[in-house]
Design a protein around this ligand. Sequence first.
Ligand SMILES: [Zn+2]
Length: 473
Amino acid sequence: MLRLYDTRQRGVAEIVPARPGQLRMYACGPTVYRFAHVGNMRTFLLCDLIRRNAERHGWSVIVCQNITDVGHLADDNEPDPDGEDKVLSQARAEGKSALDVARFYEDAFWRDCAALNIGRPDYAPRASESIDLMIDMIAKLIATGHAYPVTGGSVYFDARSAPGYGAISGNRLDDLRPGYRFADGVDTGKRFHADWALWKAAPADRELTWQAPWGTGFPGWHTECSAMSLKFLGTQIDIHTGGIDLRFPHHEDERAQSNSIAGHEVVRHWVHGEHVLFDGRKMAKSTGNVVLLSDVAARGLDPLAVRLAFLEHRYRQQMNLTWDTLAASDGTVRRWRELVADWANEPSKPICAEYWSRLTTALDDDLDTPAALRTLRELAKDRAIPAGSKFETFAATDRILALDLVSLVGKPRSAPLPEEADAMLGERAAARERNDFAASDRLRDALADLGVAVRDTPEGQAWTVRPAPRNAC
Ligand SMILES: [Zn+2]
């Protein structure tokens, strides 16, 4: 039985799909105004891991993940959002149209997902193409007394009309700081400080505005996720994923909207992924501490080294990435592929039941990927298990971990990388990073003694391994 930590229930819960055999999952997608950094990608990996694990249980899985190309304002994580639309702001900076910017970064996002083996969602609606859905939803909320239009054309959700508001984040309405903000008089009709805009009035000559019964404007960011999830997944959604920072106000507001439309609890389980630090600091453009997947590839590291580095930590544990840990993960991924290809050449044997049981138990236990990886390392070294069984067990596990571990099977290749060379290659990458060329040269010579020839390329270090002599044991 698959179990996951449910933020609203404050505990690990058994996942029982509302429709037997079919899991419906919604994932908050990217706001496409810049390249996603590797920390952003960890959230999307969470959805992919749940999907792969659910499919192992024989469930069909339907995933909807939105593309936010309008309505996400710079301060939308504040209780009283204000500020400029992130896509419009970037479009001005790049001298392009808003939709050109949005499509460019959306394409980049899908490429990054593919490089990390993060599967495509079944539905990936764009906010800018779903405006009718949102207008319909807002009209229903107004008709049922959950929302109200104000002079000027904005529409607010009446927070006090949603019983149980705050259950995800623990933020009670009474405790929320009153923080009235008035933007050119547009917000003057707001009745309660915690009410939020479902529709924001805007001048008709602004890019990305639409006509609504209340006036010209654009939808609020929280509006889109309710409208899209209800449209594509219905009013019974098994799992909703997102980054931990989306708990409030984004998910809280979305829950209030969706429950008000459906008249019952729509999302059965809210599952949140934790942040990634890089070199001990938050990844943020403002501090220059941002690492993109293209930076990883430029150093000659396999993008799936990032996926493995994430899997070394449970999704709800904050983690720190460094270039050293990525180099070590890169070495592990490459060594495992070599081993799996070697094992594939040995006589075929059934999957190792004991290890498979331990692996699947760990994955079902709130995605305990660190335990699963420890089990794989133990299996790789276990001399009692025939190579053919190791191959089958690694191959089956890789359908969930998705590290391309069978990619070298049947391919011509150099000899496997000696185990001790992994750490040395990582140390050498780090030495070059800090311009310590004496250490780099010393490590190159030591690697050569192990039969590993290293060369430096514009993409980082590359290596070949001299095959062992035929008579070696
Ligand atoms: Zn969302």
